[in-house]
Design a protein around this ligand. Sequence first.
Ligand code: ACO
Length: 349
Amino acid sequence: MSRAAVLCGLGGSLPERIVSNEELAEQLDTSDRWIRTRTGIGQRHVVAPGQSTSDLAVAAGAQALASARATAGQADDGVDLVDPVDLVVLATSTPDRPCPATAPDVAHRLGLGPVPSFDVSAVCTGFVYALATAASMITAGIAGRALVIGADTFSTILDPADRTTRAIFGDGAGAVVLRAGDSGEPGALLGFDLGSDGSGADLITVRAGGSRQRSVPGPAAEGEEFFTMDGRPVFTRAVLDMSRSSQSLLERVGWSAAEVDKVVAHQANIRILNAVGEQLGLEEKQIVANLDRVGNTVAASIPLALRDAVAGGELQPGHRVLLTGFGGGLTWGSAALVWPELETGRPHR
Ligand code: ACO
């Protein structure tokens, strides 16, 4: 038994407004049929004007903190006997502003005091990277209790005329609380596999707004402020890298694919999830999917899928869970844990 980070709270938040496939088809040359058959997505949530990533992150973070308190046996408004959070890590690639990071504002608005807080930028793999970062700080003794949030509002960076990206992406935030515990406990993070390949940096990108574009005199070329993705090669790499990463972590943890109860993969496309399942030799019942209701919520994708799987009774205490993600960078990462007993409260939408 050794010191480990243990998952002890879970929350999520989606903006109120739902955009159906039919609504998109009224604005763009697409159809409910194309989007459903090519991606598995039926609808997505999008932020209202003026609403930002931090707003969703605060709501998800508050819910995860309430879940951690309830799991520890305390009422939401009861005397807080659990240790306070002493670290906030926010995974996002749509921060409220390019500078400073969004995490300190989120920590402040959650009333967490002067805790260390920072953003992690790994696009759709952001949550797994943030989880690994926070877990490592806990096992190293730098932190005792961490709030880890994945939040993104991709609707704010999409080209309104791009039928492909608008069909896929949705806004949202998901969060977990980690505490110091030991590796034998349910909820202990048992291992990680992380990787990147910058040769694919142009496949998923926002070209303008960074130092390279700004170091050139004159404004950005038209449209360069929008998110772009080269779907086909990204599809292939997503399947390959999530499968490879999952396999290498399973070997390290000592689980066979058949022994995994639930694989919670980044919710990019149902065809990607099925292809990863095929590569790993998984049955359909092992794969968690909520993308029909929320689309690809980027860094929020994995924690929102966890939240929905718990709320729907699909994910149960004692289940062996494999998390795996892939995203811009290119980046990928996987994590393994045995699902703990959790009080989650009512889902926030
Ligand atoms: N409605 C109708 N037609 C469309 C739409 C749409 N919404 N979007 C694209 N098409 C068209 C294309 O224009 C193309 O038409 P053409 O043949 O006349 O040129 C045709 O459909 C096929 O296009 P493809 O891009 O080849 O379609 P594909 O089946 O590959 O699906 C998709 C596209 C959904 C983007 C897919 O490639 C995909 O899921 N890629 C991976 C996305 C992913 O994994 N992202 C994760 C990381 S993202 C991140 O990190 C932020």
